[in-house]
Design a protein around this ligand. Structure first.
Ligand SMILES: NC(=O)c1ccc[n+]([C@@H]2O[C@H](COP(=O)([O-])OP(=O)(O)OC[C@H]3O[C@@H](n4cnc5c(N)ncnc54)[C@H](OP(=O)(O)O)[C@@H]3O)[C@@H](O)[C@H]2O)c1
Length: 326
């Protein structure tokens, strides 16, 4: 099969398509003929060697794949050959064929094509899980989403709106703010030009945001801590800025703030039942037209270095997807 191979850590420009053996199918796994693979910021960190997991080289990156089940291993009951599925993987998605653990494979709703499905599991799964299971978001609450036009950020805008929250989207330029607005943000803030705390207070009668969703970290986190309401919650999702915030505990104390960590991938082994429930809810919202995943770039398999450049230069909105068979 054709697959992208990472032969050495740090060498993004050397990522290239190679002819490699198909991955073996084991008990509890699903073999998928991949039609499209989502691009995620964390995959770039994995190739750079700075992600929490470091597979032995050479390896094929890629956390998300969508395609058709070719075969299932012993004990798999949730999908069968011929099913259209989307899957989350530890790596291995940038390929014509991938294997995934069955508990991270979900049926593609009939309302969704392969490219959209490849953009869906991690961004929407993360947004839903963080709001539903960790922040216990309620209807009518105000949510501030940082990086609101990014992959996971734009999904968070749509999911929070679908849960009945009022969304404030903060993003790095006017065009990105317009994207966040088009996907359900009631208000937007260009946080490279405007003061986040002042704008959030203006939108909330001085109260601040009940919940903050932060995939950016760094200075944006520091600003968000000043913009969160008394007794609010801040969801720590990621550090796309490259800077892991140090949290001033005195501010957390005086404002009664909950700092809430969320890692979607850990639910694959710890609470697969919740993932299944979450995807059923998300699939329903997609079928109702309440979720409209945005894909700013559809690229060929060989274009992974270009995809990573777009992420680094903050030029993607929503998701980038590789069409693996194009
Ligand atoms: N916790 C979890 O389970 C989970 C799941 C998925 C992703 N994540 C993490 O969430 C973060 C975002 O992932 P993603 O796939 O959504 O990435 P993405 O599509 O590239 O979005 C990241 C956003 O961060 C903002 N940003 C600020 N400073 C940046 C910089 N120096 N370089 C690049 N972007 C910068 C950009 O928005 P502006 O230009 O508008 O600021 C960009 O849209 C990553 O750290 C990822 O590892 C965590």
């Amino acid at each position: 099969m054709r697959a992208i191979l990472c032969r050495e850590y740090g060498a993004i420009d050397k990522l290239a398509v190679a002819d490699v053996a198909e991955p073996p199918l084991r008990a509890g796994q699903v073999l998928i003929d991949v039609h499209a693979a989502g691009i995620n910021f964390g995959e770039m960190l994995m190739v750079l060697g700075t992600y929490q997991e470091k597979p032995p080289v050479p390896f094929t990156p890629g956390f998300e794949a969508a395609g058709v089940v070719r075969a299932t291993g012993d004990g798999v009951t949730n999908v069968k050959p011929g099913d259209r599925v989307m899957a989350a993987l530890p790596w291995g998605g940038y390929a014509e064929v991938a294997v995934a653990a069955a508990n991270a494979v979900f049926p593609i709703p009939s309302s969704m094509d392969f490219v959209t499905a490849a953009a869906f599991p991690i961004a929407y799964g993360t947004a839903y899980g963080a709001f539903a299971w960790r922040a216990h978001l309620g209807p009518g609450e105000t949510v501030l989403v940082l990086g609101a036009a990014g992959g996971v950020g734009l999904a968070a805008v749509e999911v929070a709106a679908a849960m009945g929250a009022r969304v404030i989207g903060a993003a790095g330029d006017a065009e990105k703010c317009a994207v966040a607005q088009a996907h359900g943000a009631a208000h937007t803030i260009d946080y490279r030009r405007e003061d986040l705390r002042e704008r959030v207070r203006a939108f909330t009668d001085g109260r601040g945001a009940d919940v903050v969703f932060d995939p950016v970290g760094g200075d944006a986190f520091a600003q968000a801590l000043r913009a969160v309401a008394w007794s609010g919650r801040i969801l720590v999702i990621g550090f796309a800025s490259g800077s892991v915030p140090q949290i001033p505990a005195n501010h957390v104390l005086v404002k009664n703030v909950d700092i809430v960590g969320f890692q979607w991938g850990s639910y694959r082994t710890r609470r697969p039942d919740l993932l299944t429930q979450g995807f059923a809810r998300l699939a329903g919202w997609h079928a109702e037209g309440r979720l409209r995943p945005a894909i700013s770039h559809r690229l060929k398999l060989a274009a992974v270095p270009e995809a990573y450049r777009l992420l680094r230069e903050r030029r993607a909105t929503g998701k980038i997807v590789l069409e693996t068979r194009a």
